[in-house]
Ligand binder design. Structure first.
Ligand SMILES: Cc1cc2nc3c(=O)[nH]c(=O)nc-3n(C[C@H](O)[C@H](O)[C@H](O)COP(=O)(O)O)c2cc1C
Length: 238
């Protein structure tokens, strides 16, 4: 038993990383949900999904009337907690994370109301943390959502630029996310080491980010898909 625990401790040491990332999102019609699924193929992160407490609302009915009313209530009185729609309890402590990526649908040029509720309650505790913002809209520009994020996370250290993925681009999100992670220099944010460090190695042992063995004594890593791996004991972004 003791030996097993020692081995487990060693394995955990190999996989220890410098920074922890949380992805928090809301999604009504699954576009942001699908984007987040792509994102977590490319980075290691804990994920939480915000859900409104009131179930079965049709936000699209009557020209998006409910969503419109919720956004108007927040806009009219943004400092009052009762302006924000109630959400299910979210089991997360944002203080545990260094980087927080927010996945937001755009509603009436603002951040979708249920996600605003989460940030109203948790945004102040994100002071000093790296904040990334991904916004999905049908066509409207995202500056209103950026303003909401900055209002709700007043002391966040925002990564620039934000990523705007239009609904019709959702199926292309993998390559857009990959480019965005480069643009915000995510590797440096997350402490991912540079691939070139290992290029001189004779052979490569490769694990997935979740710890399953992909290949041993590989002569080359050229055949690996793009993504994050543990290669020769180091977290590497290919
Ligand atoms: C209540 C509501 C209001 C919306 N308002 C806008 C808008 O003003 N401009 C726009 O381009 N898209 C608008 N949309 C479309 C969403 O931003 C878009 O479909 C997005 O991809 C939804 O993400 P989701 O599928 O993760 O919920 C609205 C959607 C809803 C439900």
């Amino acid at each position: 038993m003791k030996k097993l625990m020692t081995i487990m401790a060693m394995v955990m040491a190999v996989f220890a990383v410098n920074a922890k990332t949380l992805v928090v999102y809301y999604s009504y019609t699954s576009n942001v949900h699908n984007i987040v699924n792509e994102l977590t193929k490319q980075i290691e992160a804990d994920v939480v999904r915000v859900e409104p407490a009131e179930k079965g609302l049709d936000y699209a009915a009557n020209n998006y009337a409910i969503g419109s009313a919720q956004i108007a209530a927040i806009r009219n009185n943004p400092t009052d907690a009762s302006s924000y729609p109630v959400i299910d309890p979210v089991d997360v402590n944002v203080a545990d994370y260094d980087c927080i990526i927010i996945g937001a649908p755009l509603w009436w040029s603002q951040m979708a109301a249920p996600l605003q509720t989460f940030l109203f309650h948790n945004g102040p505790a994100m002071a000093g943390k790296k904040i990334g913002l991904i916004v999905s809209s049908a066509s409207s520009g995202i500056s209103g959502v950026e303003s909401d994020a900055k209002r709700l996370i007043p002391d966040g250290d925002f990564l620039s630029p934000s990523l705007w993925i239009k609904s019709a681009q959702t199926s292309n999100s993998a390559s857009m996310l990959q480019q965005w992670l480069r643009d915000i220099n995510y590797d440096a944010v997350a402490g991912v080491e540079n691939l070139q460090l290992d290029k001189s190695s004779e052979s490569f042992t490769v694990y997935s980010i979740s710890g399953s063995l992909i290949g041993k004594d590989l002569k080359s890593i050229d055949g690996l898909d793009k993504g994050v791996y543990i290669i020769n004991g180091k977290k590497i972004c290919k």
